[in-house]
Design a protein around this ligand. Structure first.
Ligand code: SAM
Length: 229
């Protein structure tokens, strides 16, 4: 599959069936057991990142880029906590939903939502965050995406991705053997060492790391800051 293919398939998915599926998972209405498990796992990832950022006690001074923001699960609480957030997503449906969820006067001026793929983002932000997006791209594309995110960051990058370990590779293989309609787009696992090597190549060093693990959701979270030059 070429670069263009992967991206357009993902974009189409998150503007159609993927939008319906993930809007429900990232909401609070009734969902099936698997979706509930994913909802709980994803919320843990969001809470971990929020806890890290709030612990630093400087949110009101930060500009944050949330690339691939989905329905605003992280962007909205960050803006509510006082950060200036530029949130964007390749899917106009996801951004539309995020705008509805953020429809509060208090967020005006602190949260800007736009439809943009992360490769075309420009500007400089204190912190660049990209959660659960790399799973949609193979390693060779993820490399360029992470490098681009680093170029937008003055100080810190926070990424989450599905780690490639023997256990998760096997789970993925078993999952793909089950018959029935595809539940999602292709999912790509990434080797943690590869992701760290890309961050280091771009002048970043790992500061904090965490792992979210439920039955059906797993995500490695890395915080990296610019090394002193
Ligand atoms: N980061 C959000 C969160 O954790 O709540 C959403 C995660 S969701 C699994 C993946 C999101 O990435 C979708 O909203 C999708 O539209 C977006 N996405 C996929 N490829 C993208 C790209 N190249 N640029 C920007 N957004 C992208």
């Amino acid at each position: 599959m070429t670069t263009v293919d992967d991206k357009s398939v993902v974009k189409e998915y998150f503007n159609a069936t993927g939008f319906d599926r993930w809007r429900r998972i990232y909401g609070d209405g009734e969902v099936n057991k698997v979706q509930l498990d994913i909802r709980i796992g994803h919320q843990q990832t969001i809470d971990t990142v929020l806890d890290w950022l709030k612990a630093d006690d400087n949110l009101t001074h930060l500009t944050i880029c949330d690339a691939g923001c989905g329905v605003g699960s992280l962007s909205i609480p960050l803006a509510e906590a006082g950060a200036k957030v530029e949130a964007s997503d390749i899917s106009e449906k996801m951004v539309g939903e995020a705008k509805e969820r953020a429809a509060s006067e208090t967020l005006k001026g602190s949260l800007n939502l736009s439809v943009q793929d992360l490769e075309s983002l420009r500007g400089q932000y204190h912190t660049v965050i990209c959660l659960d997006v790399l799973i949609h791209y193979p390693q060779n594309q993820a490399d360029a995406m992470i490098s681009h995110l680093c170029s937008l960051s003055e100080s810190r990058v926070i990424l989450s991705f599905a780690p490639k370990t023997c256990f998760y590779s096997l789970l993925k293989k078993i999952g793909s053997l089950f018959p029935g309609p595809s539940k999602t787009t292709r999912a790509y696992l990434h080797k943690e060492a590869d992701v760290i090597a890309i961050l280091e190549k771009n002048g970043f060093q790992i500061q904090r790391q965490a792992m979210t693990k439920t039955r059906f959701y797993f995500s490695r979270i890395l915080e990296a800051t610019r090394s002193a030059s």
